[in-house]
Design a protein around this ligand. Structure first.
Ligand code: 13P
Length: 287
């Protein structure tokens, strides 16, 4: 059964570790992440962007697939199914479809409008026992065609949004989606510290988990980050392993063209990446 992300993140915040959000793209991705979480006895959040939602034939298809897998694979660790960077309309669609968690990204609106829309969705999620993530200060880089400027959030605005009763809060601290450029200045820990001072127990979310060095991840967790989003790194690992399989001519040997064989190395690469992240984030055996 899907659960809200509230309890797992509050536990993570208290225990000084972070739960990984791994974005899903298809059946193989979902299965690889769920199996790894179960093997490591770790809570997990499956992230779905609007673009990936469309690709996977809509939110009800995804809810059916994830619930089916939880039953068929005997998954007992806490699993939240979460809309990633959702618009107001898509947050509502996911709630109707049976997601257990949504992100409303109102970071591109003026703060008053972000507050207004977040407030409405908080009321709706509260009624249904779902978790909700809000965002202040847009995350840089490109995700699904949406290009963020890579802002650093205003801690006072973070406090205003946190006070609306959201479950977790994403704040821009110089992080960006996708690969980090050579000249990246790193995370702004001063900003993160100022945000945690003002928001207290609120679990903070670090987007753009791909390529952030381990020491920065650990420092971010020590300053109140309890959820870390990873997407691109699994995609790169999958693509790399699949390319090697084909370049080695394995698809031309025997039944190597069978998708169950063709995609197996890529799936293993996703599992290895998820395992590495769960170990780094400290969520192993925290189910
Ligand atoms: P990366 O693709 O950089 O890992 O970011 C993922 C993310 O933040 C999803 O919201």
């Amino acid at each position: 059964m899907l659960v809200s992300a509230k309890e797992m993140l509050q536990k993570a915040k208290k225990g000084k570790y972070a739960v990984g959000q791994f974005n899903i793209n298809n059946l193989e991705w979902t299965k690889a992440i769920l199996q790894t979480a179960q093997e490591l006895n770790s809570p997990v959040i499956l992230g779905v962007s609007e673009g990936a939602g469309k690709y996977m034939c809509g939110y009800t298809t995804i809810v059916g697939m994830v619930n089916g897998m939880i039953n068929e694979l005997g998954i007992t660790v806490p699993v939240a199914l979460h809309l990633d960077h959702g618009s107001y309309e898509h947050a509502k669609k996911c709630i109707e479809a049976g997601f257990s968690s949504v992100m409303f990204d109102g970071s591109h609106y003026p703060i008053e409008e972000n507050i207004e829309k977040t407030k409405e969705l908080v009321a709706l999620c509260d009624k249904l026992g779902l978790s909700i993530e809000a965002e202040v200060g847009s995350i840089g880089g490109e995700e699904d065609g949406v290009i963020g400027a890579g802002e650093v959030a205003d801690p006072k605005e973070c406090k205003m949004i946190a006070d609306l009763g959201v479950t977790m809060l994403a704040a821009g601290i110089g992080n960006i989606h996708g690969k980090y450029p050579e000249n990246w200045a790193g995370l702004s820990f001063d900003t993160l510290d100022a945000i945690q001072q003002l928001t207290g127990d609120m679990p903070l979310v670090l987007h753009g988990g791909t390529g952030i060095p381990a020491d920065m991840i650990k420092k971010a967790i020590s300053l109140g980050v309890s959820k870390i989003n990873v997407n691109t790194e699994c995609q790169l690992a999958f693509a790399d392993a699949t390319r090697k399989y084909i370049e080695a001519g394995k698809d031309l040997q025997g039944k190597g063209f069978d998708p169950r064989k063709l995609l197996a190395d890529g799936v293993q690469a996703i599992k290895d990446t998820v395992k590495e992240k769960m170990e780094l984030f400290g969520s192993v055996n925290k189910a």
